[in-house]
Design a protein around this ligand. Structure first.
Ligand code: BMA
Length: 371
C-alpha cells in the first residue's frame, strides 16, 4: 500500500535550509528524519515503539548507567530485536533533578537515546512537567491558571523559561560521536484535550494553549536553533474531530499528528474494552488520515497499550486490525515499570502471552530494529 503526502512549505521551511561550510544548502536533521518517516509510511510500514525500553523493563533495570551496554530490552527478549522507536520522558528535568519522574537518570537517558539512534533507531521525548503554579506533579489538582502564569506577562514566565532552558540544555547534549546533534521527535503538552494535566482543556483557553506550544517551539527551534526536532501534537482519545483540532498550534510548528489512546478495562470486562478501543482508535485514525492529508502531516499512534495485557491476543487481534487500515508512521506502547509488577504495556521474557507480540512483530507492515 502506498501513501503519499503532498509536501507542504511552511514558515519553518526557512529553517530547513541551512548552510554548510562551502555555502551549499543542506537539508536539516529535522527534514531528514521527516523524509525517513515519510518514506517508511509510503512503503506501508508501521514502526513499533516502546517507552523507556533500554533503561528498564519488567523486574529489571540498568544499574551501571555509564558502562551498561544497553543491550537488554523486554522487546528484544521476546522478539529478538529492539523496537524501532524508543520513548523517553523528561518530567522532573525542570526541577533540576538528576533522574526523571520514573527514576531514570538523565545521564542514562542521554546514553540510551544516542545509542539507539546510533543503532539506526528513532527516539521520541514527552514531558510531564510539575505544575509551576502549585508545585504539584503534572497530574496534581486543582491546576488553577498555571498556563496563563507562564506565558509572557505571567508571574511565572521567567521561572518557566528556566524550565525550558533545562530542556534545551539536555537536548543540546544529545549528540553523536562526531558532536553532531541527533534528530528526534518531541511531543510536548500532550493529551491536552483531556483535563488531567495542568495544561489540559479545562485549565487554559485555546489561545493560551496555542501560545504555550508555540512559545516552546520558538524557544527551542528558533532561539536555540534546534533544527533537529520533529514536532508532534498528541491529543488524548477524541471521538470528535473538532475537539482534536480545537487547539491546533499551527501547520508551521507541527510535523506529526499523534493520538494517545489506551484500551481501558471497565466493569464490563476485556471484550467490551477491546470493542471500545477499536471504535475509538479506528474512528480517530480515520479522521486523522484525512486531516493529515489536508495539512500535509504524518500521523501516528503516539501512546497506546492495555495495562497488564489481560487480552491474550491484544497485539494480533485488537491492535493490528485497528491500525493496519491507516497510514500511521508509528505506534508506541507505554512502559514496563521495573517496580510495579502489573504496570506493563508490552510483554517480557516469561510473560504467558508473549507469543502474540512476537506474531505481531513479524507482520509484514510492522518494523522493529534490524541490527
Ligand atoms: C504514566 C505511568 C506513571 C508514569 C508516567 C510518566 O502513564 O506510567 O507511572 O510516571 O506515565 O512516565
Amino acid at each position: 500500500m502506498k501513501y503519499v503526502l503532498k509536501p507542504v512549505l511552511t514558515a519553518v521551511a526557512a529553517l530547513i535550509l541551512v548552510s554548510c561550510g562551502d555555502g551549499a544548502p543542506t537539508v536539516s536533521l529535522r527534514q531528514q528524519l521527516l523524509d525517513r518517516l515519510q518514506e517508511s509510511v509510503s512503503d506501508g510500514k508501521i514502526l513499533y515503539g516502546h517507552q523507556d525500553d533500554l533503561s528498564y523493563g519488567h523486574a529489571w533495570k540498568v544499574e551501571d548507567i555509564e558502562k551498561d551496554p544497553l543491550e537488554r530490552s523486554d522487546i528484544r527478549d521476546v522478539a529478538g530485536r529492539f523496537p524501532a522507536i524508543v520513548g523517553f520522558d523528561l518530567g522532573a528535568i525542570e526541577l533540576g533533578r538528576t533522574a526523571n519522574l520514573d527514576d531514570v537518570p538523565f545521564a542514562l537517558m542521554r546514553r540510551a537515546a544516542i545509542t539507539h539512534v546510533g543503532r539506526g533507531g528513532i527516539v521520541t521525548f514527552s514531558w510531564h512537567p510539575w505544575n509551576p503554579l502549585t508545585g504539584e506533579d503534572a497530574w496534581g489538582m486543582p491546576a488553577g491558571r498555571a498556563v496563563a502564569s507562564i506565558l509572557p506577562g505571567g508571574e511565572n514566565h521567567d521561572s518557566f523559561m528556566g524550565s525550558l532552558r533545562a530542556v534545551g540544555d539536555f537536548f543540546d547534549t544529545l549528540r553523536d560521536a562526531d558532536g553532531q546533534r541527533i534528530p528526534f521527535i518531541f511531543r510536548p503538552w500532550h493529551e491536552h484535550t483531556g483535563s488531567w494535566f495542568w495544561w489540559g482543556r479545562d485549565h487554559c483557553t485555546v489561545g493560551e494553549y496555542v501560545a504555550l506550544f508555540r512559545m516552546t517551539h520558538d524557544y527551542l527551534a528558533v532561539e536555540r536553533g534546534m533544527d533537529n526536532i520533529v514536532w508532534c501534537y498528541s491529543p488524548g482519545r477524541e471521538s470528535d474531530e473538532s475537539v482534536y483540532m480545537e487547539r491546533w498550534p499551527g501547520d508551521d510548528v507541527v510535523d506529526l499528528m499523534g493520538l494517545d489512546c489506551y484500551t481501558y478495562l471497565g466493569e464490563d470486562g476485556v471484550e467490551a474494552a477491546v470493542v471500545r478501543y477499536k471504535e475509538q482508535v479506528g474512528g480517530a485514525l480515520a479522521y486523522m488520515t484525512r486531516l493529515g492529508k489536508e495539512h500535509g502531516k504524518l500521523i501516528c499512534l503516539s501512546e497506546t497499550g492495555f495495562e497488564g495485557l489481560p487480552d491474550p491476543t491484544w497485539w494480533t487481534q485488537t491492535l493490528y486490525p485497528t491500525i493496519r487500515e491507516y497510514p500511521i508512521v508509528y505506534v508506541l506502547t507505554w512502559r514496563n515499570a521495573c517496580d510495579r509488577p502489573g504496570h506493563f504495556y508490552a510483554p517480557w521474557k516469561g510473560f504467558e502471552h508473549a507469543g502474540d507480540f512476537k506474531a505481531f512483530s513479524e507482520k509484514e507492515r510492522i518494523v522493529l530494529l534490524n541490527l
